[in-house]
Design a protein around this ligand. Structure first.
Ligand code: COA
Length: 258
């Protein structure tokens, strides 16, 4: 069905693997539109409770936007490309289900931006992060200037953005860019075990946490008001009735996502 991504749904976790290993999984137009399509499935399919995004092969997560597609673009076309990429990455960030990046190697340029649009990141020991756009006379266009500042702070972000220096997985861990660093062969399992735990919680409450946390970075929203709304909405769910009742009855809650 897809040409450049592989999808696999197991135990309510959808694993999306970007599959252009000969080009280090660079994001060309096809990858971007297939990501866009699979995200619609993520939003709509109730069998999917959480998502992993990773890259094919042992070397690269995603080594950036496909540089071959940049040549000959006008300023307007450059802006259109950035808007298109940003919108797809907003779709990841605003997904009502946790999306985790399993960074299995190079996460450069658009690859680092893709990882940063996910709700959190787990990296293998060989992972490398960087925004090398200035080497090409460019800046990040898929949200990287914003999310890198949000995740690592302005000083570190501006140093990384302007120097194009790559950081290794342990530095990324120290910067707070990734939550965990594990040997490559344990990468997917680590993310799956975190997601299995999250998937055992009330899905609408999980979605509410994501919505409220995202509001911190949305200037058009008051995060505390969003929290009030999301908290209130929980009281209208049968899962909240079940969760509180189960606690009082000293049994495990059975959530239905309603
Ligand atoms: N866009 C298009 N093609 C890319 C790519 C990208 N972002 N990154 C890697 N590739 C391609 C290479 O052109 C090469 O293709 P070829 O075999 O047809 O020549 C293939 O992937 C393998 O990459 P190669 O450079 O040979 O691997 P390496 O191990 O020597 O170097 C990197 C790895 C990641 C350091 C290097 O590929 C690189 O610097 N990539 C670009 C990173 C970048 O600037 N990203 C930001 C883009 S905005």
């Amino acid at each position: 069905m897809y040409q450049t991504i592989i999808t696999d749904l197991q135990n309510h976790i959808l694993t999306i693997t970007i599959n252009r290993p000969d080009k280090l999984n660079a994001l060309n137009k096809t990858v971007l539109s297939e990501l866009d399509m699979v995200l619609n499935e993520v939003y709509e399919n109730t069998e999917i409770r959480s998502v992993i995004i990773t890259g094919s092969g042992a070397k690269s997560f995603v080594a950036g936007a496909d540089i071959a597609e940049f040549s000959g673009l006008s300023m307007e076309e450059g802006m259109e490309l950035a808007i298109k990429g940003q919108n797809i990455f907003f779709k990841i960030e605003n997904a009502p289900k946790p999306v985790v990046a399993c960074v299995n190697g190079f996460a450069l340029g658009g690859g680092c931006e893709l990882a940063m649009s996910c709700h959190f990141r787990v990296a293998s020991e060989n992972a490398k992060f960087g925004q090398p756009e200035v080497n090409l006379g460019l800046i990040p266009g898929y949200g990287g200037t914003q999310r890198l500042v949000q995740l690592v702070g302005k000083g570190r972000a501006i140093e990384l953005l302007t120097s194009a220096v790559m950081i290794d997985a342990n530095t990324a861990l120290q910067y707070g860019l990734v939550n965990h660093v594990v040997p490559q062969e344990e990468l997917l399992q680590k993310a799956k075990s975190i997601l299995d735990l999250i998937n055992s919680k009330a899905p609408l409450a999980v979605a509410g946490c994501i919505t409220a946390a995202n509001a911190v970075f949305n200037e058009r929203q008051n995060g505390f008001e969003i929290e009030v709304n999301e908290f209130g909405k929980c009281f209208g769910t049968s899962d909240m009735q079940e969760g509180t009742q189960a606690f009082l009855e000293k049994r495990k809650a059975i959530f239905t996502g309603k």
